[in-house]
Design a protein around this ligand. Sequence first.
Ligand SMILES: Nc1ncnc2c1ncn2[C@@H]1O[C@H](COP(=O)(O)OP(=O)(O)O)[C@@H](O)[C@H]1O
Ligand SMILES: [Mg+2]
Length: 255
Amino acid sequence: MSEIEHSLETVNLTKNFGGKMVANHINIKFKQGFVSGLIGPNGAGKTTLFNLISGNIKSDYGDVYLGGKKINKMSDFQRARLGIARTWQMNRLFNSLSLIDNLIISQRSDYSDKSLSLGLFDFNRAKKDALYEDIAANLLKRVGLLDYRNSVPAELSYGQQKLVAIARALMNDGNIIMLDEPMAGVEGRTHNKIKEIILEEKTRKKTIIVIEHNMRFIREICDEGIFLVNGQIKAVDSVASLMNDVELTRIYFGG
Ligand SMILES: Nc1ncnc2c1ncn2[C@@H]1O[C@H](COP(=O)(O)OP(=O)(O)O)[C@@H](O)[C@H]1O
Ligand SMILES: [Mg+2]
């Protein structure tokens, strides 16, 4: 696949919430085969930038381009179909569904917390699709949780639930992978597993963006760091350079 097909770019992407600019003319191009670390203090607008790219919120102004094509008007589901995959800071797994079903359900356009809670979701229709079941089983195997395929999320540790959320994001085999704080609350073996999966996806020339506060992880895994503050990109550089920058460190840790 050519670089063009993967390229993800924002141009003057802007969003304000109640008069506060949480994305302020953001211009950034994410590189294919790169792991980019999106860092910055709490409230900087990191998750908002993910939401704008994945289509979960609409921008006030500015554009998102995927493979050179403007995708602003597309819904979150359409963007997912085009290959933009993401996880959420709080996982958002369906607690009443088994792990395998949590993965399969993500492939359906009527998939939402609301449709599920109202009983509007025709789960059997999705489940019938054996193809999704195979893909889901393979992904659970990859994250080391195939033995738990029929368990519900609450039977797993928090870190294992993060792995399920990552596996779900990989269901589409999308070229853009955005992970929102994958390491929060995760330790030990799960930490290494998440790292391993990200690096495998990198080898497959995916464009990977990781929001994370765990600086050791960022240093180990990211090819570049993007420092965001007050909805603006303050610096794009090697992680080492960003971490050695006195001003950025002061902003990051406050005061
Ligand atoms: N849906 C929303 N409505 C109103 N304000 C929001 C919404 N989402 C985020 N914000 C605000 O936007 C700012 C940036 O939030 P966020 O993108 O979650 O930051 P980060 O992920 O960097 O911690 C915060 O001040 C937050 O309170
Ligand atoms: Mg956030």
